[in-house]
Design a protein around this ligand. Structure first.
Ligand SMILES: C[S@@+](CC[C@H](N)C(=O)[O-])C[C@H]1O[C@@H](n2cnc3c(N)ncnc32)[C@H](O)[C@@H]1O
Length: 291
């Protein structure tokens, strides 16, 4: 084989990989992603001393070792792009139009517990950003709980470690940087325990109802920049799973380029909160049967 050629997987085997990934993650890879899959499989083959994409497929689909290998494969084929204060206009609207009224309402109700879930948190940047927003406002009388989940176990370990590259923290205001981060080396900084203590990170697959239900109920669910990877069927499944973690007055926040207009039977846009991209559960009676 020409050593300079882009790696690729035989079409029939590529389809098997696509179906396998879809079954586990809900992510649907199109035919133009053959090179992407082939290069990830190639790296896992190298790490395991396997000699072909077919051998790796056998390794990951049969035999007791497959359970241990699956998380490595999932880490490899998921895209973890994220950074602190990603999309500041949306986050400003989130702070002003969602967090502030929520804090006020909780204070009035006497139940000062607020649970916020980042549903595909990658390395935790989104979770820690929300905590920084809360601390900036001095909302310390509230009993906050921030939960971050992701299908990628490596991302969850990275979130727990809380060490970030210059790139990831480039948007953090200087006063927050000096207060809550210590420099590890030229390239990286570590977030302080004072911030970390508010956050809990755990692996969870958005496609799996049992993994999501056990997280409990949330006041706010943040699900940004992950629905784009799912096809319509997976999106519907994932949205119903998120629906089950919300009460009638909870809010779902999606990314600024995403919308749920095709899922009006599950979520209804809150037009007053349009700049925060916020959704409520669809009113009772709008829903179709859970599928
Ligand atoms: C592009 S990152 C988005 C991170 C963050 N929400 C943000 O907007 O900056 C997408 C994340 O979704 C995760 N992901 C993909 N499929 C998932 C699934 N089925 N369940 C949970 N997380 C998933 C990936 O592992 C990845 O970390």
């Amino acid at each position: 084989m020409d050593a300079t050629a882009r790696p690729s997987v035989e079409p029939e085997l590529f389809k098997k990989y696509v179906d396998f990934i879809y079954d586990h993650t809900g992510i649907r890879f199109e035919d133009n992603k053959n090179y992407f899959i082939a290069s990830k499989v190639g790296r896992r083959c190298e790490a395991l001393g396997l000699s072909s994409a077919q051998d790796y497929f056998n390794y990951i689909t049969s035999g007791p070792q497959r359970h241990g290998e699956l998380p490595h494969f999932v880490d490899a084929i998921t895209i973890h792009e994220t950074f602190f204060f990603r999309n500041e206009p949306q986050l400003n609207a989130f702070e002003r139009d969602i967090l502030t009224p929520l804090v006020n309402a909780k204070r009035l109700s006497g139940n000062k517990r607020i649970r916020i879930w980042s549903a595909a948190c990658s390395t935790g940047d989104e979770v820690y950003t929300t905590i920084l927003q809360v601390l900036k406002n001095n909302w310390t009388d509230i009993n906050w709980e921030f939960v971050g989940t992701d299908i990628s176990q490596q991302s969850i370990r990275d979130a727990q470690a809380g060490v970030y590259s210059k790139y990831a923290i480039r948007n953090i205001p200087a006063d927050m940087m000096s207060k809550y981060f210590t420099q590890v080396d030229e390239q990286t900084s570590k977030i302080s325990d004072e911030i970390k203590k508010f956050a809990t990170f755990k692996p969870a697959n958005l496609k799996e109802p049992s993994e999501i239900r056990r997280l409990g109920k949330f006041d706010v669910v943040i699900c940004r920049n992950v629905l784009i990877y799912f096809d319509d069927k997976s999106k519907e499944q994932v949205l119903w799973n998120i629906y089950d973690t919300m009460d009638d007055d909870s809010l779902l926040i999606v990314g600024h380029s995403e919308n749920l207009y095709a899922y009006k039977h599950i979520f209804k846009a809150d037009n007053k909160l349009a700049s925060a991209f916020a959704y409520h559960k669809a009113p009772a009676g709008t829903e179709k049967l859970h599928v």
